[in-house]
Design a protein around this ligand. Structure first.
Ligand code: GLU
Length: 291
């Protein structure tokens, strides 16, 4: 039997904090306990926010924590061709469309709908669903606007995608969701609406790259924070559309700051490097994250 394959997939757009240490250590421990392989993947498709310095800090922090990963590391910014090919395959099937509505237009449309008494749906992250008025544009009109240089994003036509997938989808949850969900979980991609799969400035997206790479690297168990539990529905749908076999998922609880809020890079929460500089040991970190 082939060995299980695990991965830790941070984005080098800030310093790793205790939440990342928790995720990385748990991942590594589960890989070791299963006699599996452990990979590190650098999710740096957003080349405007990711930096080589943050990437180097990830290697330093993980090595200090005692984590060992296989080389070479897959850096997503080196594989835009893979994501483009996946997007083109979906486009060939008519499952994506160029979405031209600006943020202001989206806001305006939703405000009008709400003023007329319609309830506008929000995704699990609290973002209003994309109105998708441009789903119905003719091929010729799409081409004209693209050629005129109008900015747009490639969005998944959720309804068409779900129809194409056919039967309802589910995934194997080995951890727990926010409401304690575990075991076979029914995917509900529709709650996300027409998700973005690529943008002009970033020719891929988190969902597209993660699905392509998890399959390409033969990942058998995705260990990650519970904040991505609902995102799994979209990823499960994309796997189905692309004919990829899904990994199992283990969503773990999130580390909270003293104020009870989720730790974040942008708030410069307890960075690993700062802890190290303050004399904290890797064993202390393990204790601090409950491992
Ligand atoms: N790159 C994502 C992050 O840093 C994690 C992706 C995943 O584990 O699926 O939040």
């Amino acid at each position: 039997m082939s060995r299980p394959v695990f991965r830790f997939a941070p984005s080098p757009n800030g310093e790793l904090h205790l939440g990342h240490a928790h995720s990385a250590l748990l991942n590594f421990d589960r890989a070791q306990a299963a006699g599996g392989r452990f990979l590190l993947r650098i999710e740096d498709i957003d080349t405007t926010r990711c930096t080589p310095a943050f990437e180097q800090a990830i290697y330093d922090d993980l090595a200090w924590l005692g984590i060992e990963w296989e080389r070479p590391v897959r850096r997503q910014s080196e594989h835009f061709d893979d994501y483009r090919a996946a997007l083109e395959a979906l486009a060939d099937e008519g499952l994506v469309y160029p979405a031209f509505m600006t943020r202001g237009e989206v806001r305006g449309h939703i405000a009008e709908a709400e003023a007329a008494g319609h309830h506008w749906r929000h995704d699990p992250d609290g973002v209003p669903l994309y109105p998708g008025l441009d789903r119905k544009l003719s091929r010729r009109e799409r081409r004209r606007r693209i050629e005129a240089g109008e900015p747009f994003a490639w969005r998944l036509d959720m309804e068409a995608a779900m129809a194409r997938a056919g039967a309802p989808l589910d995934w194997e949850e080995r951890g727990r969701g926010p409401e304690g969900e575990t075991g076979r979980i029914a995917a509900d991609p529709a709650q996300w609406g027409d998700v973005v799969l690529a943008r002009k400035e970033v020719p891929s997206s988190y969902h597209l790259s993660v699905v392509v790479d998890d399959a390409l690297q033969g990942i058998t168990e995705v260990v990650r924070g519970r904040d991505l539990f609902h995102a799994t529905s979209v990823q499960r749908l994309l796997q189905e559309l692309m004919g990829l076999s899904p990994p199992a998922y283990f969503h773990h609880e999130l580390m909270l700051g003293e104020d009870g809020r989720k730790l974040s890079k942008s708030r410069r929460d307890t960075g690993i490097a700062a802890l190290r500089a303050a004399g904290v040991t890797p064993a202390d970190v393990r204790r601090m994250v409950g491992l």
